[in-house]
Design a protein around this ligand. Structure first.
Ligand SMILES: Nc1nc2c(c(=O)[nH]1)N[C@H]1C(S)=C(S)[C@@H](COP(=O)(O)O)O[C@H]1N2
Ligand SMILES: [Mo]
Length: 347
């Protein structure tokens, strides 16, 4: 399948697929968005030379080859993966950064090993509170620092995998070959690509990509006091029809996806009057923890005119999406209902 992505920046590569590529429950690897702070390794890393080192606040250092990884218990899990900057360009008030529409998201089947199994080989101590991930070590971006991120030990032990396959294929080079960290249900920034080192720490890792980027804060506020971007927020998207479509009166199929990190989707509604009245939609796809849920609505339209259609999801905790996305300095986590409105014309 040829999929032509919209390139936002070429170097480093930041690109989103067309919305039509987001209509299937599984996203093909070729349609997986690209988000890079720095260079992609120019050659795939040599698997024979590659090692995964576990160091820091642990009982003993461990070094694993790729063959060692393949001999460990395998985990296969579908997981929806989203960049925290996704939908930034749809915010009512603009925020700086890549102008994603809704394409900075994908649902794929990941194969890997449990991070817990690797950490248990190293042995935890009473100072093993955070787990930092380091990858391909070229300093990146204007900041000139390495892309290193840490997550709390509970997430690391409970639901984080070290992924080496996407949809049954080795990770493509731009997506982190041969391995990336994958805290399930969390924003992409926590998924360090080209992983080669795990550092167990007493305190969260301190650095640009922990303290300045990937935090929710307001202008004038110290970024470090803002909340770290972790679990994917409840959101729904309409993938059919497309914004600006002109359709004939009669029965119109509206469909899309809804997702909520580690929570499942319980209900979804559609409105064609900007959220004044809501109509319950049907689910059409699998209902699995960590994966988005497909939905549809069959709309019998009798009156021609311009319509604004929006969707609203409710998760298993009973949360509902709010009408407008909450603005923050980096424009992260936009999950507003009206921000995701689709405008169509019925003839
Ligand atoms: N080493 C490294 N890992 C990284 C990044 C990066 O720039 N370098 N970007 C992060 C961000 S912000 C996201 S959203 C995802 C994007 O992964 P993808 O390019 O496979 O879509 O990777 C994360 N891991
Ligand atoms: Mo991201």
């Amino acid at each position: 399948m040829e999929i032509k992505k919209r390139i936002m920046t070429e170097n480093p590569l930041n690109a989103e697929p067309p919305i039509t590529a987001l209509r299937s429950w599984l996203t093909p690897n070729e349609a997986f968005f690209n988000r890079n702070q720095g260079a992609i390794p120019s050659e795939p890393i040599d698997i024979k030379q590659w090692r995964l080192k576990i160091t820091g606040e642990i009982k003993k250092e461990v070094e694993l080859t790729f063959d060692d990884i393949l001999e460990m218990p395998k985990v296969v899990v579908a997981n929806t993966f989203e960049c925290s900057g996704n939908s930034r360009s749809l915010l009512k008030e603009k925020a700086p950064g890549n102008p994603w529409t809704i394409g900075g998201v994908a649902n794929v089947i990941w194969t890997g090993v449990n991070l817990k199994d690797v950490l248990m080989m190293a042995g935890l101590t009473d100072k093993s509170n955070h787990v930092a991930f380091e990858g391909f070590g070229r300093p990146v971006g204007g900041s000139g620092v390495e892309f290193i991120r840490s997550i709390p030990i509970d997430k690391a032990m409970d639901s984080t995998i070290l992924a080496y396959e996407m949809n049954g294929e080795p990770l493509p080079n731009p997506h982190g070959y041969p391995m990336r960290a994958l805290p399930l249900g969390w924003y992409g920034a926590n998924s360090v690509k080209w992983l080669n080192k795990i550092i167990v720490k007493e305190h969260p890792y301190e650095g640009y990509f922990m303290d300045k980027a990937y935090r929710i804060f307001q202008k004038g506020q110290d970024p470090k006091t803002g909340e770290v971007v972790t679990e994917i927020k409840l959101k729904s998207i309409i993938t059919k029809p497309l914004n600006g479509d002109i359709l004939k009166r009669g029965r119109i199929l509206i469909s899309g996806m809804a997702y909520a990190g580690s929570h499942t989707i319980e209900a979804i509604w559609l409105s064609y009057d900007r959220g004044n009245t809501w109509h319950e939609c049907q689910f059409t796809g699998p209902n699995q923890k960590y994966s988005w849920r497909q939905w549809q609505y069959l709309w019998d339209v009798e009156t021609s005119g311009d319509y604004t259609i929006v969707s609203k999801a409710k998760d298993s905790k009973g949360n509902e999406q709010s009408l407008q996305g909450k603005w923050n300095a980096h424009g992260y986590c936009n999950n507003g209902i009206l921000d995701h409105a689709i405008k169509i014309t019925i003839l």
